[in-house]
Ligand binder design. Structure first.
Ligand code: HEC
Ligand code: HEC
Length: 304
């Protein structure tokens, strides 16, 4: 009787261990090899600056409350509340100790496009690499070059405050398995160069869907709801639906959308508020042709 029970328990332990090993095998961090990043050459820092503003890095990585040029010091420290706990945004200034000054391009590239830290751990998708994974290698290289020109900061952000089980980075492999890929978000027939550029900016560096697309209980995007609007994580109101059929912006022309992204003014002279205010201030640094491309894409996505 006892022997049978022990055998049963051993068997169970075996199954759990095998299951765990299989889970680890399928979900282990999978960085792009060093060679992938080897031949990109000297970065184009001017283009890197455009990518930087398209990516809205200051919105999260600047010190909370900083204004003007102080925002270019990416010292981190902002507390980002989420349904899974509070994240403290890290320092990504070029400081060798506190920031990413000693990182290689491969390490930076794998953080941006694979969500993997230099130590090989999974990063949390509160860092929107689920969008940044769609960035071109050239843009990642140029962005890294630009960030190295910014001021250093030796500030260290406090650790994240996440309750169990969200504090286990290994488990993020399961999230990635379910939701992480670099496939296009929607089908776009006959896209010309402008529309392709708009798609790239919105689905990639611009990470618009991270706020404008509703999520399920595990934090993945709901299928077929691309840019359809979502509850506001800041608590009040909703983040608008920005697909063409939505009552939020269906009356806006392409030029109205471009003007909003450039100036922050809606067609009825309201101003961009909430978290969009910071996003808009970053987007205002982009060439007008890029804002027009984003507007063209927002007019071309399926209505939801
Ligand atoms: C919505 C907020 C947000 C935005 C926007 C954002 N980040 Fe982050 N970033 C984070 C958070 C939160 C982390 C920490 C993730 C973790 O600990 O797993 C992070 C981590 C990182 C890391 C890894 C740092 C480390 O020490 O492991 C790098 C590199 C990084 N971000 C660069 C950028 C760049 C470059 C941009 C702009 C293109 C950017 N981030 C935009 C929130 C953001
Ligand atoms: C950090 C979250 C966040 C991100 C990222 C974001 N938005 Fe927004 N967006 C908002 C919020 C919140 C509003 C509502 C602003 C308000 O109430 O004034 C908004 C409003 C808008 C509006 C106006 C809609 C209306 O009905 O007023 C447009 C257009 C828009 N966003 C486009 C974009 C585009 C394009 C991107 C990507 C380049 C983007 N947003 C990225 C949060 C975000």
């Amino acid at each position: 009787m006892v022997r049978r029970f022990i055998r049963f328990v051993l068997c169970l332990v075996g199954i759990v261990a095998l299951g765990g090993a299989a889970f680890y095998f399928v979900t282990a961090p999978n960085p792009l090899p060093e060679s992938h990043w080897a031949n990109l050459g000297a970065p184009d820092v001017k283009n890197g600056e455009t990518v930087f503003w398209a990516g809205g890095c200051v919105g999260c990585h600047a010190a909370p409350g900083s204004e003007g040029d102080a925002k270019l010091t990416l010292s981190g420290g902002l507390a980002l509340k989420s349904p899974f706990g509070t994240f403290h945004v890290p320092n990504v200034s070029p400081d060798e100790k506190a920031g990413i000054g000693s990182w290689t391009l491969a390490e930076f590239g794998n953080a941006m496009k694979r969500g993997i830290a230099p130590g090989g751990q999974h990063l949390y998708p509160s860092f929107p690499y689920g969008s940044y994974t769609r960035m071109s290698d050239k843009d990642v290289n140029d962005l890294f070059g630009y960030i190295k020109t910014l001021p250093k900061s030796d500030k260290v952000a406090p650790p994240h405050q996440l309750p169990f089980p969200y504090d286990i980075r290994l488990a993020l492999g399961g999230w990635k398995l379910l939701y992480f890929n670099d496939a296009p978000r929607i089908v776009l027939a006959n896209a010309d160069d402008k529309l392709k550029r708009g798609r790239y900016l919105v689905e990639g560096p611009g990470h618009c869907g991270e706020c404008h697309t509703p999520r399920d209980a595990l934090g993945g995007f709901e299928p077929d709801m691309w840019l359809a609007g979502a509850p506001n994580p800041e608590g009040r109101g909703r983040i608008p639906n920005i697909t063409p059929g939505s009552k939020d912006i269906s009356s806006w022309s392409e030029a109205d959308i471009t003007n909003y992204l450039e100036t922050g003014f809606t067609p009825d002279f309201d101003t961009a508020g909430g978290s969009m205010a910071e996003v808009q201030r970053s987007l205002a640094h982009l060439p007008k042709s890029d804002l027009e491309a984003i507007a063209a894409y927002l007019k071309a996505v399926p209505s939801r």
